[in-house]
Design a protein around this ligand. Sequence first.
Ligand code: HEM
Ligand code: HEM
Ligand code: SF4
Ligand code: SF4
Length: 408
Amino acid sequence: MADAEKPRTPLLDELEKGPWPSFVTEMKKAAAKKGSAADLLRQLERSYENKRGHWKHGGIVGVKGYGGGVIGRYSDSPEEFPNVAEFHTFRINQPSGWFYTTEALRKLCDVWEKYGSGLTNFHGATGDIILLGAPTANLQPCFDELSDAGFDLGGSGSALRTPSACCGPARCEFACFDTLDLCHELTMAFQDQLHRPMWPYKFKIKISGCGNDCVAAVGRADFSVIGTWRDTIQIDQEAVQEYAGAGMDIRAVCEGCPTKAITWDEQKRQLSVNADECVRCMHCINQMPKALRPGRERGAAILVGGKAPIVHSPLMSWVIVPFIKVEPPYTEIKELLLKIWEWWDENAKTRERLGELIIRKGMRNFLKAVGLKPVPQMVHHPRANPFYFWDPEEVDLPKQALPEEVTS
Ligand code: HEM
Ligand code: HEM
Ligand code: SF4
Ligand code: SF4
């Protein structure tokens, strides 16, 4: 029940003054119905007054059979804000590509109004539906109803986090494979890894249908699958000429190519692409979508090691598989993931992400462990030192050229 008195929030009210939608306005609407939303406003106003957070982490909360998916939060001033004394968050696994029926959305909101604060975050940074704030006693019945409606928890803690994918072929002409299906398949195949935290730290899988990388996999996923093609960009020369006729500066588009792989012959009015030089960055295709499209031989590149800063600096992921066909049942991708997890789990320190472990142990060790051969596309940046190392078995030298102790 809502408290009789409306929360007084002069500082938060400032955040309602812009022309944009305000989360404060939405929280006030919820506060009219829910005591927890009202106390949330009061506690947040307090945080703005004294410039510090008032949430305590910790304590194991959850639902039966799951090791994660619910994140425990407690107020540090439960006497003053009793309705948010326990204010736990559900992470709910979003459908691939974030497609819903209105019926599913209504159901989700009804369940959340019944058991929680009514406040949601569609969607969290990981991709999950975030349901903010329920007391401990409501967790199990709330989950049971969500589960009956076909929803499941997402990942949290040192587990596989909910995989996410761009909308891919459902809405986008650039998709080089079915991102939605791969995301769904991996989620279903790795339920154990998702719901039972047992690793050194979190692990994120993100899937983009092309190099535009709409789920920002490269900057944050431990394992990125990003659409690409092996042959040459398809060019419709007539459509290029139409762009030129309509005043587009085709030369400027070519100048934006990072490898100068695309050239425009002004006289012949012909565009050509050198497939060997093209790095499939999507720039020219984005500029002239009617005239250019990805090649016909489509698949994906697999990259590893992206992350935001915690232990080390942020890392962008780097290529370990330049091209792979992406077709159900995705056996190769699943097997590669299992090998990566085995090596990481065995070698990582607590809270060490895959990218950090590769830097510490060396790419060479990583590649050996997962059974990949080094190829030039893996080069992340130019070498910074003049030394290199090899194992005797890797070089084809006559036996006598090696020292005794190495060969014996
Ligand atoms: C006239 C003198 C020099 C010339 C013409 C020269 C030329 C070069 C060239 C062409 C490279 C290869 C660059 C690459 O592969 O990207 C190189 C690498 C290197 N040079 Fe020199 N160098 C000179 C002097 C020096 C000196 C005096 C030092 C050290 C005190 C040095 C240290 C190195 C190192 C450490 C590398 C490896 C860099 C890397 O692998 O990224 N060089 N040098
Ligand atoms: C007291 C003096 C020095 C100490 C204690 C020292 C220490 C080290 C250490 C611990 C490493 C890392 C080794 C590894 O990662 O395997 C290293 C690498 C290196 N040092 Fe030194 N160093 C010293 C002097 C020098 C000098 C005078 C030079 C050059 C003129 C030099 C050039 C290098 C280079 C090029 C590397 C990179 C090697 C690689 O990446 O494999 N060092 N040094
Ligand atoms: S990543 Fe590529 S395929 Fe996916 S939505 Fe973005 S542009 Fe389309
Ligand atoms: S996709 Fe990128 S690298 Fe390839 S030709 Fe176009 S602009 Fe150049």
